[in-house]
Design a protein around this ligand. Structure first.
Ligand SMILES: [Zn+2]
Ligand SMILES: [Zn+2]
Length: 153
């Protein structure tokens, strides 16, 4: 995974793992948006929160994404993909990348980038649009040619 640095302080503090998003600089020079996590961020007593962090040894040992506990990996992926939407070939609207529900779910159906930006508060220039075939591929299925963009594998 690019543009992120991951640290593990071995359990010295509750927010044991810190993921620093190197392409999201914060107001203070040298600091970046980061995600502090305990081993089980989804657990009621777990921890997973955004903060500003300066990458470096004080956060612990550098580890690879694969070294993170599974739940932490999941949270990081959610974080990275919150600004991704895809064009749905079934209803013609756009859905959030991690959405896999019914097309008629209006809260997860958007007219486009502008609409998604307005409803989520995510800046328009940070939203990435993918195609439905990318979504299907990410799920491990294949459908070709893609009914939206016509892409064949
Ligand atoms: Zn749809
Ligand atoms: Zn496609």
């Amino acid at each position: 995974m690019k543009n992120i640095r991951i640290y593990d302080n071995g359990g010295a503090s509750f927010d044991r793992y810190t993921v620093v998003f190197m392409n999201e600089p914060e107001y203070q020079p040298g600091t970046f948006m980061a995600l502090g996590m305990s081993e089980h961020p989804f657990h009621p007593q777990g921890f997973g929160q955004h903060c500003a962090a300066m990458p470096g040894r004080h956060l612990g040992k550098r580890i690879k994404f694969e070294d993170l506990p599974e739940d932490c990996q999941k949270l990081v992926k959610q974080d990275l993909e919150v600004s991704v939407i895809y064009e749905c070939g079934i209803c013609g609207s756009f859905h959030p990348w991690d959405f896999d529900g019914d097309c008629r779910d209006d809260t997860n159906r958007f007219a486009g980038v502008e609409d998604y930006a307005a409803k989520t508060g995510i800046p328009e220039n940070e939203i990435e649009v993918r195609c439905m075939c990318d979504r299907i591929e990410a799920d491990g299925f294949e459908q070709e040619p893609c009914p939206v963009c016509g892409k064949t594998a």
